[in-house]
Design a protein around this ligand. Structure first.
Ligand code: ADP
Ligand code: ASP
Ligand code: MG
Length: 426
């Protein structure tokens, strides 16, 4: 990134915005960038715990909202967390002597589709933001929210402020989007689970996309998709460094998501390990093994608007087979109801079983494209720890296994060691 006058987007997560003291720190950091001559757009999340608190209140009144009209209200409620944040940050910046103004999603507007609680951004009108920047203002825009074509407030799914920030950066053709969070970059795996995890100074876009989609919550998957589609220079870095460290040093810190292939001469075969505890497994037993079975089961699940991830159909015995797949854990009860109530009886299946306590552990690496035996090494490592693999799924640059949730940390640590990820960077 050039350090001459640039258009920069900063995003601050919930922990970074967690108290008025921290917000003051964010303001001082942003002020440092603005005073260095940069045009600044800042996208904060709600204060940590706030979105959970708000959704908890909603849950007290309706434990399991499913209808669009109720999901609409969840977004109405959850979006307020970010509205408070932007106002507080604007005040803090004004107190620092800067001209600053805050906007909610609808004021920008950030337009989305109408999929409440998991809306997608369709367009961002940057006219208002640009006008303010030209007046020398720091512009603060809510993360996580937008507005649909009918004028209803929407939210982008948990962790969605990352996506707001990258989408704003894309719309404005910003020079860089900096994601400030409570870790100092993207690690080989979640450093809270494996203390030996190593920060990467760069990660390829493809690998970041896999890591995010396989459960590394450091970036919401859609933010990585946006960055790839619009080639937004994207960096993950810490908001907990002293705010007054030298700007040039800060601008180089953390992890840069790179778009060039073969950037590193020695590409590690496995770059990172992701895990996801947000899925549940269901199995339809004794399904007649004939054409159309997968469609009958998964079609019904898709019609209920439930995403399916890992799928296994077993070999058949006596014309019958078992069919297993994973779904988001939040949808587990609904899928079980659907399968037991309608789908299984209609197709003459013998039973439906399920397990919400599973975990998917994945190894990710571009180097897997050109190396054989990587998956085998993963399976051997897990077998040495006596961890049973329930399901497997692979693609060019990842291998995922579904295992019992209680072995998750053991599996991640063992794999991290087996693939020597704690070693110094190449
Ligand atoms: P924010 O509130 O700033 O958006 P998040 O909690 O959403 O922060 O994301 C940061 C967290 O992501 C870290 O605290 C860390 O526990 C977790 N995490 C998971 N995988 C990784 C990884 N590979 N590298 C870094 N952090 C990770
Ligand atoms: N506040 C929202 C959440 O907790 C969005 C975000 O933090 O990115 O999911
Ligand atoms: Mg986040």
């Amino acid at each position: 990134m050039t350090l001459t006058m640039a258009l920069i987007v900063h995003k601050y997560g919930g922990t970074s915005m967690g108290s008025t003291e921290r917000i003051r720190n964010v303001a001082k950091r942003v002020a440092k960038w603005a005073r260095a001559g940069h045009q600044m757009v800042v996208v904060p999340s709600a204060m940590s715990g706030e979105t959970n608190r708000l959704l908890g209140l909603a849950k007290e009144l309706m434990p399991d909202p499913r209808e669009p009209q109720s999901l609409r209200e969840l977004d109405m409620i959850a979006s307020t967390g970010e509205q408070v944040s932007v106002g507080l940050l604007a005040l803090a910046l004004q107190a620092e002597g800067l001209d600053a103004v805050s906007y909610t999603g609808w004021q920008v507007p950030v337009k989305t589709d109408s999929a409440y609680t998991k809306a997608r951004i369709t367009s961002i009108d940057d006219a208002r933001i640009r006008a303010d920047l030209q007046q020398g203002r720091v512009v603060i825009v809510t993360g996580f929210q937008g507005i649909d074509t009918l004028g209803h407030i929407t939210t982008l799914g948990r962790g969605g402020s990352d996506t707001s920030a990258v989408a704003v950066a894309a719309a404005m053709k910003a020079d860089e989007c900096l994601i400030y969070t409570d870790v100092d970059g993207v690690y080989t795996t979640d450093p809270r689970v494996v203390p030996e995890a190593r920060r990467m100074s760069t990660i390829s876009f493809e690998e970041m996309l896999e890591m995010a989609s396989l459960g590394s919550k450091v970036l919401q998957i859609r933010s990585v998709e946006f960055a790839g589609k619009y080639r937004v220079p994207l960096r993950v870095l810490s908001s907990f460094t002293p705010w007054d460290i030298e700007l040039a040093e800060e601008a180089r810190s953390g992890t840069l998501i790179t778009f060039e292939e073969d950037e590193k001469m020695e590409q590690a075969v496995v770059s990172g390990i992701a895990f996801n505890r947000d899925e549940a497994k269901v199995t339809v037993l004794g399904v007649p093994d004939k054409p159309g079975v997968a469609y009958q089961i998964l079609g019904a699940v898709a019609d209920a608007n439930i995403d399916v991830d890992v799928i296994i159909q077993n070999v058949s015995h006596d014309g019958r087979t078992d069919f297993s797949f994973t779904v988001p854990r939040n949808d587990y009860a609904r899928v079980m109801d659907l399968l037991k109530g309608q789908v299984a009886p209609a197709m003459g299946a013998t039973a439906v079983t399920g397990d919400p306590k599973i975990c998917k552990v994945s190894i990710v690496g571009i180097g897997m494209k050109s190396h054989a035996g990587v998956a085998a090494k993963m399976f051997r490592t897990l077998s040495e720890e006596s961890i049973n693999i329930q399901m497997i799924s692979t693609s060019e640059i990842k291998t995922s296994v579904v295992i019992d949730e209680k072995y998750m940390e053991l599996a991640v640590r063992a794999l991290h060691r087996a693939f020597e990820l704690e070693a110094a960077a190449a």
